[in-house]
Design a protein around this ligand. Structure first.
Ligand SMILES: *[C@@H]1O[C@H](CO)[C@@H](O)[C@H](O)[C@H]1NC(C)=O
Ligand SMILES: *[C@@H]1O[C@H](CO)[C@@H](O)[C@H](O)[C@H]1NC(C)=O
Ligand SMILES: *[C@@H]1O[C@H](CO)[C@@H](O)[C@H](O)[C@H]1NC(C)=O
Ligand SMILES: *[C@@H]1O[C@H](CO)[C@@H](O)[C@H](O)[C@H]1NC(C)=O
Ligand SMILES: *[C@@H]1O[C@H](CO)[C@@H](O)[C@H](O)[C@H]1NC(C)=O
Length: 536
């Protein structure tokens, strides 16, 4: 590459040897004599030394900002040239030439062994010293830009995955719903109305009613659980719902149920901060769990670092992230072990997870004879579905750990959370909570090597001997696990449970299983509509 300034300084030519040994003019700038000025020269030098880095930076910006349909190469001359070269005479020609040569290489394969300069200043330096022919130069330029774009794309992937993760735990629409309903709580007196009405308060501890307890920070999911329970009930006037949520969701959750009556059923919404019993003193292990350093890192750490992007699909990635969801250490999730203390006046309750849909009247659950046991649950080691229904203790615990091996039977059948009948009266006579606490502590001491995650494993130990198996038709599992779920069984089941990562409110939910859930989403609610929930 040569920069040639004519003796009369009437023209400046940037030329380069071509493969035939001759010179081709890469750029030619004619300068009218009268106008010779250092400024003109300056512009020319500018082109050489600065245009390319500029192109680079601007291209990067274009890529990042997503100005579409402008492959960076095409855009070069069109978008960037005129702006920079506008004041140089004959700039039209210059830009055209430049554009032409870039176009030439645009369609060519980049040679495999092409050595790329590390940076743009290096390219400029090499450009001055080496005798680059125009084509090599342009190819190098292009290869560098493509490499740069690739890097941007990879960082985008990481960013997308992060977004995906965020979206997985709280999709935008559900977050929006929570924000808007919280707003409504402060601006609309009706949204703040007492729940239930004062004259109904005594029913909250009346054991002749059917008490359901639900603990969640997902308002939409809560609305589906409550709506489906009430809609499927033969005696909805007997239903009392106790919805427990965290402090940040309290106002929004309250607004929703204040504005969407579940009458004739009764509902109360409580924040964890409203339970006097829930103190650090009474819940010592949870404090320890949350502050344990390695746990914090495991659940809240950087999930993208270390992920192999080339062999990861969004669904697999989401599944990995799901397993590390902070929900496994959230108080809302562990709350179920404190039901006897949180509802001291109740004798028998049904505890529901937020990822279930109720399709049949559940009042017969209160008539099941638990035979003195505390927990009526479906077992998960027998059943037609060989994958979902094959869970024994060995699936949840590390039997290489001596404490586990000495205390548990690896073949013992596991049971499921999601829909449980709890006899709180019987529960209060046991030491289930203490057992739960002591095993949580042991697992912490062993650096979480006894079991990995979840509230189920310590409960499997704590409830040992206190479980009464109920008919599997009551509670069908696995709708968030796999695509093979049998639709006929889904239709028959009293309660369907989207356990697994493919929750029906997530983009990764299984499409053919979603309608059983969306059926109970109130799409005529302005809040649901305005937050564009589950629109496709
Ligand atoms: C990522 O996965 C691909 C395909 O399985 C493999 O070839 C590559 O070596 C992996 N990279 C890392 C850094 O593990
Ligand atoms: C737990 O991990 C810490 C640090 O990683 C280590 O010092 C300690 O020995 C481990 N404890 C057990 C019981 O493995
Ligand atoms: C299982 O327990 C053994 C013994 O404590 C331990 O060496 C091993 O790392 C544990 N496995 C897992 C997956 O935590
Ligand atoms: C799930 O299975 C159904 C029917 O077998 C099929 O149509 C659908 O494409 C599958 N979806 C996924 C995500 O695998
Ligand atoms: C759905 O929302 C509309 C509008 O807010 C309300 O009038 C209606 O009662 C709701 N339906 C149910 C089943 O909650």
């Amino acid at each position: 590459m040569q920069l040639h300034i004519s003796p009369s300084m009437r023209s400046i030519t940037i030329s380069s040897s071509n493969s035939n040994g001759g010179f081709i003019d890469l750029m030619k700038i004619k300068v009218a004599a009268r106008h010779i000025s250092y400024r003109t020269l300056f512009h020319t030098i500018l082109i050489l030394a600065f245009l390319l880095p500029f192109v680079f930076i601007l291209t990067a910006l274009v890529t990042l900002e997503g100005v579409n349909n402008c492959s960076s190469f095409d855009c070069l001359g069109r978008r960037l040239g005129p702006r920079l070269l506008g004041r140089v005479d004959d700039s039209g020609r210059l830009v055209k030439d430049f554009h032409k040569i870039l176009n030439q290489v645009n369609t060519e394969e980049i040679p495999n062994g092409l050595k790329l300069p590390e940076s743009f200043s290096q390219l400029v330096a090499e450009m001055k010293s080496n005798q680059y022919d125009a084509k090599t130069f342009a190819l190098t330029l292009r290869a560098m830009m493509e490499k740069f774009e690739r890097e941007i794309r990879e960082s985008k992937f990481a960013e997308l995955m992060n977004k995906h993760f965020t979206a997985s735990s709280i999709p935008k629409g559900i977050h929006c719903l929570s924000l808007r309903l919280t707003d409504e709580y402060s601006s609309n007196a009706h949204a703040r109305r007492q729940l239930p009405a004062p004259e109904l308060l005594p029913l909250l501890s009346d054991n002749s009613y059917h008490h359901f307890i639900l603990s969640t920070d997902n308002i939409l999911a809560a609305s589906v659980v409550v709506t489906s329970t009430v809609a499927s009930s033969l005696r909805p006037e007997k239903i009392v719902f106790h919805v427990i949520t965290d402090k940040k969701t309290y106002a929004g959750m309250h607004s929703w149920f204040a504005l969407n009556s579940v009458s004739p059923a009764i509902i109360e919404v409580k924040g964890v901060h409203q339970f006097e019993w829930l103190t650090r003193e009474n819940v010592p292990v949870l404090e320890a769990v949350e502050s344990h350093n390695s746990i914090r890192n495991y659940y809240h750490g950087n999930h993208v670092a270390g992920a192999n992007l080339s062999d990861t699909t969004p669904r697999m990635f989401a599944s990995k992230l799901q397993a590390r969801s902070p929900k496994y250490i959230s108080l809302l999730n562990h709350l179920r072990i404190y039901l006897p203390e949180l509802f001291p006046n109740l004798d028998k309750v049904v505890f529901l997870d937020d990822d279930v849909v109720i399709q049949r009247d559940l009042s017969p659950l209160w008539d099941i004879d638990l035979k003195g046991k505390v927990n009526g649950a479906v077992e998960t080691c027998r059943g037609e579905d060989e994958w979902v229904m094959s869970k024994r203790f060995k699936n949840y615990f590390n039997f290489s750990h001596p404490l586990i091996a000495n205390n548990l039977d690896s073949e013992e059948c596991a049971w499921a959370y999601g829909m449980n009948v709890f006899d709180l009266h019987a529960w209060r006579k046991t030491s289930i909570r203490e057992t739960y606490h002591s095993w949580l502590r042991e697992n912490l001491k062993s650096n979480l090597t006894m079991w990995k995650l979840g509230t189920l494993p310590p409960a499997l130990i704590a409830f040992k001997g206190h479980v009464h198996a109920i008919d599997p038709e009551w509670h069908m599992l696995g709708l968030g696990y796999q695509n093979k779920t049998d639709i006929e069984s889904v239709k028959r089941a009293a309660v369907i449970h989207y356990n697994g990562q493919s929750k029906p409110w997530l983009p990764i939910g299984f499409e053919h299983l979603r309608p059983f859930w969306t059926k109970y989403v109130n799409y005529s609610s302005d809040f649901v509509r305005n937050c564009h929930i589950m629109e496709t």
